[in-house]
Structures are given as C-alpha cells and as structure tokens.
Design a protein around this ligand. Structure first.
Ligand SMILES: Cc1ncc(COP(=O)(O)O)c(C=O)c1O
Length: 401
C-alpha cells in the first residue's frame, strides 16, 4: 500500500467517470454510442479569441504574470461585472483562477474552518461536496423538489441556516437540474440571506448567458444592498465562450476574501497560463464575443426544448423544463426495482450502465448530485443525435419490466 494522506479517503471516486470510461471503451471498440454525457459546448472557441491567443504567443506573453492576472484582464472583468451584472467590483476585488472549479476550490479553502457548514441546494454540481470535504467543511443539503422545478423556497433556506452555517452555494442556472430562479424568487432568497450577516454566499453564475424562455438573469449580489459584502460571484469563460480547455475562471468579491484567495494561489499555481489572459480579456469586451454567445444560446434553446419534449413523451418519465445551462434531468424512478435484459435496475447508476451496455446511450447518473432516481442528459449535441439517442432510450424502456 502506498502511504497516501488520510484526506484522500474524504474524496469520493466519481461514478460519472466510470460511466464515461465505459462509454469511451465501447466507442474505441467501434460501437456507435450516442453521448449525452458532455458538460461542455459542442461549439469551437470563437475565431477572434483564438487569434488573440496566437498574437499573445507571438508577442512573447509567455512569462510569469501577477497572481490575480495581468491588469488588462482584471480591468476587463471589472468592466464586464459593472456593465452586464450591475456589480460595482473594482479590479482589486477580482481574481482569476484555472477555471470555475479551481476558483471555487480556492474560495472554500480560504473561507472554511474545520466543522463549518456549507448549505448546498440539491440537485447540485458534483464537485461542491468534495471540495467542501477537502477544505474541512461539512455539507448540509437543502432538498430541491421536482414539483418546484428543483428550486428551494425561502422557508427551506431559513430552516436550514444554523449558527454553524458559513457558506451557502447558489447555482442558477443550474447543473444538473437545468433550472434557474426568476429574479423575484432569487430576491426572496436574498432577503433571507441578508438577515444572516455572517453567512457567505458563493453565487456560481457560470451559466448566466445560457438562459431560455425569456428568463431574465440577475446577479445574486445585486438583490440586497448588504449582499455585495456577503457574496463571492463566480464566473468563467468555459461555457459562454466554449473555452472549457483554456481553464479561465474568475471571482469578484469583498477585497479581504480576494486577497486571501490570492495569497493561497500565489503558493499553489501562481496564476493561470500567461497567454490565455489577454484573449480572455478581449473575449469579454469585444462585441463579437456577445454575438457568438447569442448564436450558441439560440441553438441550445431549440435543442433543449426539443430534448425536453421528447423526454416528456416517454412513458412514466417526468422532466423539468430546462430554463438554463444545457441539461435535462429526467426522473426515471418509475423504472427502478425492475429488470432490463435480465439486469437489476436499482438506481440511476444501474439504469445508466444497462442503457449504455444494451442500447448504447451514455447519460450521467444523478447519484453524485443527490438524486439517485434521475439521470442527466446534455443537449450540447446535434438535433440528430438527440433524436437518435432518445429513440434508443424509448427502446430500452420498453424492455424494462
Ligand atoms: C455548476 C458548475 N460550476 C462550476 C463548473 C466549473 O467550470 P470550469 O470548467 O470553468 O472549471 C462547472 C463545470 O461543469 C459547473 O457545471
């Protein structure tokens, strides 16, 4: 046995990765798998951003930079927050990390003491609980209900807050639920938070640009005068600019929190890749960026509506209509406790494994998101693939008895 740190026992093995490893193995063996697992846009990074990266390399932007990023990027993010989100952050209230994930991890590390509670509405993005555990915190889930489109109520939030509650994570639009709060619903949660001045909110707004059905996105920290002091706002280039591989994420928040995160990052990664910084700055403030986002958003809106319609027509399957991000999260609970082709279907993991094995469709089980009777399907794929995959799911469901 290699002598690993005991903290490694805190982190769970990802069930999701097991399913995607199996899907990849099948694909490699020549099987035609329909993949609904992807958590990233199927579009390419816009050409003007790639061009800016080539120029950054040619100009020799290949050396160390300041930890929170070059001045131009901090400035560009501050302008974006002010212009688009009505958030009056100054450049020294901004830091940049290696994607939204790394930003969240650094923030948990900078803010949690051992035993501090973190309130997480479910269904939740798989990495929150694992990051909280690594930072010594304790996860406390607030159960979103399907009948309420997975959105928690102000009463639920009020009931969940205790003297030990340090952080509330709010992710709207949401992965994996596909739900998003209306401004008035978010305002009602903001009013509860404002009554608890020691509670810090992590507003994960990385899907802000991908909203559907006329939903108006508002930034959480704008909803009550006190919240600017209580909120860290997280965003990234990954989903809006189809830049998942570039690893650019950023945080806006009160200066003492940003300073602490910078101190941490200065001893971890130093800063993000130097030649990704100028293109990231240009992406946020060039009108071409907004145009490419809107093009992608419109396409996702069509696909999401279509996938939702097809899933809702499947017998005994229910599905909340996606209002944001690029996921449907249908309830397949009616098929649990049965068999498919001789295999026991006990939860979303066995459902997903049998669906992949028998009908060659890859979906993500909801277990890691707190829902073992739901699966996640990404509509970041073509209409043809959506139809082909859901036809196969229909065939699979027919077999289950
Ligand atoms: C809700 C949520 N937050 C944060 C992230 C992390 O994004 P990034 O790829 O920029 O690390 C993801 C990625 O899937 C996500 O879905």
């Amino acid at each position: 046995m290699f002598p690993l740190a005991s903290r490694m026992e805190l982190v769970s093995e990802s069930i999701t990765l097991k399913v995607s490893a199996k899907a990849n193995a099948l694909k490699k063996a020549g099987v035609d798998v329909v993949g609904f697992g992807a958590g990233e846009p199927d579009f390419d990074t816009p050409a003007f951003i790639k061009e800016a990266a080539k120029q950054a390399l040619d100009k020799g932007q290949t050396k160390y930079t300041p930890t929170p990023s070059i001045v131009e990027l901090k400035q560009s993010i501050a302008e974006k927050f002010n212009r688009e989100n009505n958030l009056p952050y100054k450049p020294d209230q901004i830091t940049v990390g290696a994607g939204g994930k790394h930003c969240l991890y650094m923030a948990f590390m900078a803010i949690l003491n051992p035993g501090d509670e973190v309130l997480i509405p479910s269904p939740y993005w798989v990495s929150y609980p694992e990051q909280v555990k690594l930072a010594g915190g304790v996860n406390k889930y607030i159960a979103g209900e399907e009948k309420n489109d997975f959105k928690i109520t102000p009463q639920q939030l009020e009931r969940a807050i205790t003297a030990k509650s340090k952080v509330l994570v709010l992710n709207s639009p949401s992965n994996p639920g596909g739900h998003a709060y209306e401004p008035n619903e978010l305002k009602a949660l903001a009013d509860v938070v404002a009554k608890h001045p020691n509670l810090v909110v992590f507003a994960d707004e990385i899907y802000e640009k991908l909203v559907y059905g006329g939903l108006k996105f508002v930034s959480f920290a704008t909803l009550h005068p006190q919240l600017l002091e209580q909120t860290l706002t997280f965003n990234c280039h990954s989903k809006s600019f189809a830049m998942t591989g570039w690893r650019v994420g950023y945080i806006g928040g009160p200066k003492p929190a940003i300073d602490a995160i910078n101190k941490l990052q200065s001893q971890m990664t130093s800063h993000i890749t130097s030649f990704c910084q100028m293109p990231a700055a240009i992406a946020l403030n060039d009108p071409k960026g907004a145009e490419s986002i809107e093009q992608m958003r419109r396409e996702f809106e069509k696909r999401g509506a279509h996938m939702h319609k097809r899933l809702s027509e499947l017998p005994k399957v229910t599905c909340v209509r996606p209002r944001g991000a690029f996921y449907c999260f249908p309830n397949i609970g009616a098929y649990l406790g049965k068999k498919a082709g001789g295999v026991d279907i006990t939860d979303a993991v066995s459902f997903s494994a049998a669906l992949l094995e028998q009908n060659h469709v890859a979906v993500v089980p909801g277990n890691d998101s707190g829902f073992d009777n739901h699966v996640r399907l990404s509509f970041a794929t073509s209409m043809e693939q959506i139809d082909k995959g859901i036809d196969r799911i229909a065939e699979f469901l027919k077999k289950i008895s």
